[in-house]
Design a protein around this ligand. Structure first.
Ligand code: ZN
Length: 217
């Protein structure tokens, strides 16, 4: 196995475990780090098989969703590039949910966005991951003891959503979860939070808004 294959395997493994991947990119101008966050598939009772017991690190109380990163400003730009009105609508609804919390103001841009919202097909449709967010943050600079984000790209895996028969509302919940990562939030230990590692039927809730209030104060 060459180095590239080895690192690819390690990233896939880390994503499967729900771990944050931190690596120094080789082709970067500013000093930045990368991280990856994913949403676990939750299978319906009618679909045989059990939910993986693998969990990602989630700390703190369920009443406030923890954060590891934040944007410098509470105004954060986004661009939806899904190619379908179905998914554009899903992302728009997810944006509305976070904006309704009154902490951050996500605004659309036609230029280079802070957060890019999209869909793709997972090359591992059995991986148990239905959504994923890749982000970068500046090394060294911190606000409220949180890393300051430089970019984020969130995806919903269309093939995985379809395979596990996610409804439009459930895909919107996945979109909200990924957008939560794109805003710097981590997993919440409680199932009431949209940031529970394996969310399916939960939407943005009080702990999630409190998490934003804490990190964007
Ligand atoms: Zn997640």
């Amino acid at each position: 196995m060459n180095n590239h294959s080895v690192s690819s395997v390690l990233v896939v493994l880390a994503v499967a475990l729900g771990l944050s991947v931190t690596a120094v990119p080789s082709n970067t101008k500013a000093k930045m780090s990368h991280s990856t966050d994913a949403t676990k598939v939750v299978k319906r009772d009618s679909q045989r098989g059990s939910v993986s017991s693998l969990n990602s690190p989630a700390t703190g109380s369920a009443s406030v969703t923890p954060a590891s990163k934040r944007w410098k400003s509470t105004t954060v730009t986004y661009k939806i590039s899904s190619g379908s009105s179905y998914y554009t609508n899903i992302w728009k609804n997810a944006v509305k949910k976070w904006n309704a919390g009154g902490v951050v103001n996500l605004v659309p841009t036609s230029g280079k966005p802070d957060i890019s919202l999209s869909t793709c097909n997972s090359s591992l449709s059995n991986s148990g991951t239905v959504g994923i967010t890749y982000s970068t943050y500046y090394n060294g600079s911190k606000m409220n003891n949180l890393q300051v984000m430089a970019s984020a790209k969130s995806y919903i895996y269309r093939n995985v959503s379809k395979k596990f028969k996610y409804s439009k509302a459930e895909r919107t919940n996945v979109a909200e979860h990924e957008l939560g990562h794109a805003l710097g939030l981590q997993h919440n230990v409680g199932k009431a939070s949209v940031m529970y590692y394996a969310t399916r039927d939960r939407s943005v809730s009080k702990p999630d808004i409190k998490g934003l209030q804490e990190s964007y104060r």
